[in-house]
Design a protein around this ligand. Structure first.
Ligand code: F6P
Length: 458
């Protein structure tokens, strides 16, 4: 196989700190191959006159190529169509969804900008793997420019059913764009079903044939499949062990707990993560179980994200109110029930935090996969593991059947699950942890990228 070129909006450029989200973890793993690879994407900067050629950096055999994006289109692309249209649509949030034709045009324009820069570096024999909702039209634009390489696409977020997708006036164009790829991958079978529901709406019967692995459209075959993204269990386990030994922030957190049990949530500050609902469930837990007051601490780490999008400003305000409300109602001179931090930590420190947590609280109201749930499992001490409370509406729930699975909208049921997790006997925690660990090993990060790329080039 030739060079692998991975393309995504964000690039984890060495030295710039870890970007948020699971995409970076997966892409880096995919590129750590003996023959090396290229990660191509946005530099994080906008410019009135972006340089025509990418900036190149190299580390451990991976070449990081980044481009500035034209300022004239950036806002419409990123804050507009990507994160005020596609993100809420794909996460089933019609309330936060808006459509603006000029933002769709900006989205297409930025995809063209990506295509033009990529065309300068693509060589015969390259394999191209495009990631996520920012870049759906890119494969088709490369095809129009006669790129003959295999081009794959993986969607990290959910794919909605047509009943929701059709809120978007331009949905059919984006469905046609996905059909330009050789392989289209999704996190779960539900997402693939959503894509099929869209295909049925866009292509009149008779012109399309499909099974669970292929779609045939006007004589062209598109491979499709489910590729649940995973984690590197051994790396996280090692990191977590080292962090509890050596990391000062982990030590400080542990000392500060004063033997209280720790419930921990780690999420980008996003309305899809169900944080407001989570905070009210925690409040219900304290209300209905007064004996727990003063005995437990809930830490929610939520680094800010997409701060120029209105829905994110609103969710931040709502969470500040919710945390203040709970702390005002229950705090004592020597106890704060909720510690809410808009702060980011290194991956290593976070894995240490996850390891010392008694309960992992992962309750998104919708999530493509949720790697925090998987990292929580990987970071546990198998001899004395914590318990995981996980939303049924996260992709990870299809695999982590050893978790206490809840509906995040059901406040009292979540409160009961938190209580059950806090009191879970060691034998049950071990058994559930083993079930989850088996699932992680079966769908490892290596399996994710190896099977996707192998199928793309087959
Ligand atoms: O997983 C979805 C995703 O959009 C990734 O593409 C991205 O790395 C992460 O969420 C963070 O989002 P943003 O790049 O908008 O900060």
């Amino acid at each position: 196989m030739g060079r692998l070129i991975v393309v995504s909006n964000r690039v984890s450029v060495p030295g710039n700190g870890a970007p948020p989200g699971g995409l970076a973890v997966g892409v880096l793993a995919a590129l750590r191959r003996p023959e090396g690879g290229i990660w191509f994407g946005w530099s994080g900067n906008v410019s009135d006159t972006p340089a025509p050629d990418p900036e190149v950096r190299e580390k451990d055999g991976i070449r990081f190529m980044t481009i500035d994006l034209p300022s004239v289109h950036f806002n419409g692309y990123y804050n507009g169509f990507c994160n005020s249209t596609l993100w809420p649509l794909h996460h089933y949030f019609p309330g936060a969804f808006r459509y603006d034709e000029s933002e769709f045009e900006a989205y297409v324009a930025i995809n063209r900008h990506f295509a033009e820069a990529l065309l300068k570096i693509i060589q015969e024999g390259d394999v191209i793997w495009i990631h996520d909702y920012h870049l759906i039209p890119l494969g088709g634009l490369l095809r129009q420019a006669k790129v003959s390489s295999p081009i794959g696409f993986f969607l990290h977020i959910p794919y909605p059913n047509i009943a929701v997708l059709r809120l978007l006036p331009t949905y059919a164009e984006l469905v046609r764009d996905l059909c330009q790829y050789d392989l289209v991958g999704f996190q779960t079978a539900e997402d693939l079903d959503g894509f099929y529901s869209a295909l049925e709406a866009v292509f009149p019967e008779g012109k399309m044939r499909k099974d669970q692995e292929h779609v045939e459209l006007n004589g062209r075959t598109i491979k499709v499949g489910v590729y649940p993204i995973g984690v590197d269990v051994d790396v996280i386990a090692r990191q977590a062990e080292q962090a509890i030994r050596d990391d000062e922030q982990v030590k400080r957190l542990r000392q500060g707990l004063l033997e209280r049990k720790l419930l921990l949530g780690v999420d980008r500050l996003d309305y899809s993560k169900g944080l407001v609902e989570r905070f009210s469930s925690y409040r219900a837990l304290l209300e209905t179980n007064p004996e727990l007051q003063g005995k437990i601490t809930f830490i929610q780490i939520a680094p800010l994200s997409r701060t120029n999008v209105a829905a994110y400003v609103e969710i931040r305000d709502a969470l500040e109110r919710a945390a203040g409300h709970t702390n005002g109602q229950f705090s004592d001179t020597d106890w704060t029930p909720v510690r809410y931090l808009n702060k980011d930590f290194s991956h290593q420190t976070l894995s240490g935090f996850l390891r010392i947590a008694n309960v992992g609280v992962v309750t998104p109201v919708r999530d493509g996969m949720n790697l925090v749930a998987k990292e929580f499992v990987a970071a546990q001490d198998p001899e004395d593991p914590g318990a995981l409370v996980l939303s049924k509406l996260a992709g990870a729930a299809y695999e982590l059947t050893g978790a206490l699975l809840i509906n995040p909208y059901d406040k009292n049921a979540v409160a009961r699950a938190l209580k059950q997790a806090l009191a879970m006997p060691l034998a049950e925690r071990r058994e559930r942890h083993e079930t989850n660990l088996k699932a992680l090993r079966a769908n490892s990060i290596a399996r994710w990228h190896e099977s996707f790329v192998a199928r793309l080039v087959a």
